[in-house]
Design a protein around this ligand. Structure first.
Ligand code: SAH
Length: 374
């Protein structure tokens, strides 16, 4: 907001109360039906205006409040003059700054926030499904060595409307309803867990997704996993989304080499927290394991990983490294990937290999943003 944009306390639109005067004035995207009804009533409007707003925000995908033509014009105009904190419009949508489409249809969007920052979101089409890879923060403080996002540090966490907006943006651009959402874009979701849980609630209650189609990926933050399980039960009524833990190494020494923050979180403590998460939620945990050529992709690493996960209700997802400019890591050879997969399978570990998607579109998360904003 510019210095000349003094909010008008008296509100020139007459009987309409000043929306920005409500202490918790925030964008509408992310609010459920009853919150929208309440908000409409606080604005001196009829309750059914909340249902209309809900329909326009989620089913119709309105980008600005002035598009919601069913609302009284004077009200819309009054609101347009007094946007909430943290957005340029009451709806809370972002601006598309750049789009890059790979040959396989994978679509990477660079979205601009109201405060001039940018985040990445990716739409990944596959037979019968459309997965949206969303960001939970602008940048990331975890500084994992192989990750492009980590190179720039953290700018700030995203608010719920900025997370939901990413799913709506992919729906709009790709002309298709997303079926799956993975929190595997920029940021560490467990450092922004309340907004992430609010967003999961909105995706399920307001956009009709199933919790089971949502995956939250974390590299691990000490003492947060059991709390996440409990908060999910309180906030969502159940914790059915998939928790994916970025393990990346079968032992503490190698893990610390790749993930500096692992220093403060011994691998045994991380696994113990995963067990508690399973006990509280009744859901098995997935482990992600990035394969870096010659570093952690040898048969002995597969053996050690199988040993570490023995008796654990889990699934391992192998991710061949996507090269980033700043590091010299190598992609694993196809033979190494296959023998690693077989090594786990032979030891009765459920395992899959993530197919490389959109490699021609700056596939590694954070790369597009670094190239365009550096
Ligand atoms: N902070 C969370 C979520 C974001 S990263 C986490 O670490 O889990 C999502 C996944 O992409 C993680 O498993 C991460 O390790 C992986 N990843 C990051 N950079 C990568 C790269 N260059 N190539 C392949 N996978 C990468």
């Amino acid at each position: 907001m510019g210095s000349d944009a003094t909010p008008s306390k008296a509100n020139a639109a007459g009987p309409v109360p000043d929306p920005a005067a409500t202490p918790e004035a925030r964008p509408l995207l992310g609010m459920g039906l009853s919150a929208l009804e309440q908000w409409a009533q606080q604005q001196g409007q009829a309750k059914f205006r909340g249902r209309q707003l809900h329909d326009w925000l989620y089913a119709k995908g309105a980008r600005r409040l002035e598009e919601v033509s069913v609302l009284p014009k004077a009200w819309r105009e009054g609101l347009a003059a007094t946007p909430p904190a943290g957005a340029s419009d009451w709806v809370g949508r972002s601006r598309e700054l750049h789009r890059s489409v790979a040959r396989d249809g994978t679509t990477k969007l660079l979205l601009g926030t109201h405060d001039g920052l940018s985040i990445e979101t990716v739409g990944i089409p596959a037979e019968g499904r459309l997965t949206v890879c969303v960001s939970s923060q602008v940048g990331c403080p975890m500084a994992c060595r192989f990750c492009a996002t980590g190179k720039g540090g953290l700018q700030r966490s995203l608010a719920v409307h900025e997370i939901v907006d990413q799913v709506l943006s992919v729906r709009e651009v790709m002309g298709e309803r997303p079926s799956h959402v993975v929190f595997m874009g920029m940021g560490e979701p467990l450092l922004n867990s309340e907004a992430v849980l609010d967003a999961i609630d909105c995706l399920c209650s307001d956009l009709g997704m199933a919790q089971r189609q949502i995956t939250l990926s974390t590299v691990g933050v000490p003492r947060t996993l059991p709390t996440l399980a409990e908060r999910a039960l309180e906030r969502l009524g159940r914790a059915q989304f998939t928790l994916a833990v970025s393990l990346h190494a079968p032992d503490q020494r190698l893990r610390e080499e790749l993930i500096p923050t692992a220093h403060a979180y011994p691998i045994e403590a991380l696994l113990e927290d995963c067990r508690r998460y399973v006990a509280i939620t009744g859901r098995r945990v997935s482990f992600e394991y990035i394969l870096l050529g010659g570093l952690n992709d040898q048969p002995r690493h597969a053996t050690a990983l199988a040993q570490l996960l023995r008796g654990f209700q889990s699934h391992v997802n192998l991710i061949p490294y996507n090269p980033i400019e700043e590091e010299e890591f190598q992609r694993p050879s196809p033979a190494a990937v296959e023998s690693f997969r077989r090594g786990l399978q032979e030891r009765h570990v459920a395992v899959s290999v993530r197919a490389s998607r959109g490699l021609d579109a700056d596939a590694a998360c954070g790369q597009l943003r670094r190239r365009l904003t550096a």
